[in-house]
Write a protein that binds this ligand. Sequence first.
Ligand code: FES
Length: 204
Amino acid sequence: MTWDRRTEDRAAAIVGRYPEKRSAVMPLLYLAMAEDGYLSEDGMRRVAQLTGLSNAQVQGVASFYTMYKRDGVGEYLVSVCTSISCMLLGGDDVLDAVAAETGVADGETGEDGLFSVEHGECIGACGGAPALQVNYELIEGVTPDHGRALCRWLAENRPAVVRGDDLQERFGGRRSFDWGPVEAGGATGAVPAFGPLGTAGEGS
Ligand code: FES
């Protein structure tokens, strides 16, 4: 099994960045996920071929990290942090509000494929708790009302690219620190927005 030419070229470029090709396993898994919308058996086999790892070793990596999704994910993956800082400041209420607004329970994907909802562990934004991510783009200082408004806005506007700075401006509250210059890139799906992998939006 091989991918199309463009994806194979991207995979070769990723492998070429590392002195040992097996070191490319994690970005290649993201590439495989971006290709199929989830991490398929075929995708993992291709990663094994490209890295020289066994299928079992690749599956071992893929099954360890929650960001590698083995099932289809909605257009917008909403990950609400419910670890200690966020939990103390209402993260569970934000999660409940997101689930109620989308009609999608924690850990599930809606039938129409628009939203997946999940609770997550600390995303390093404790100072701006409660925090959540949409397709791994961060928003801090989120209230339940913000969470509901965010999901309504996503459903109504269906943005092809979501950008953390934009979402923070519209739906966020107190931030942990000044994020610095506005980032032009964003996420086009539920795969971390790494420009070199082609998973970031225009301008990155
Ligand atoms: S506990 Fe939620 S970002 Fe750290």
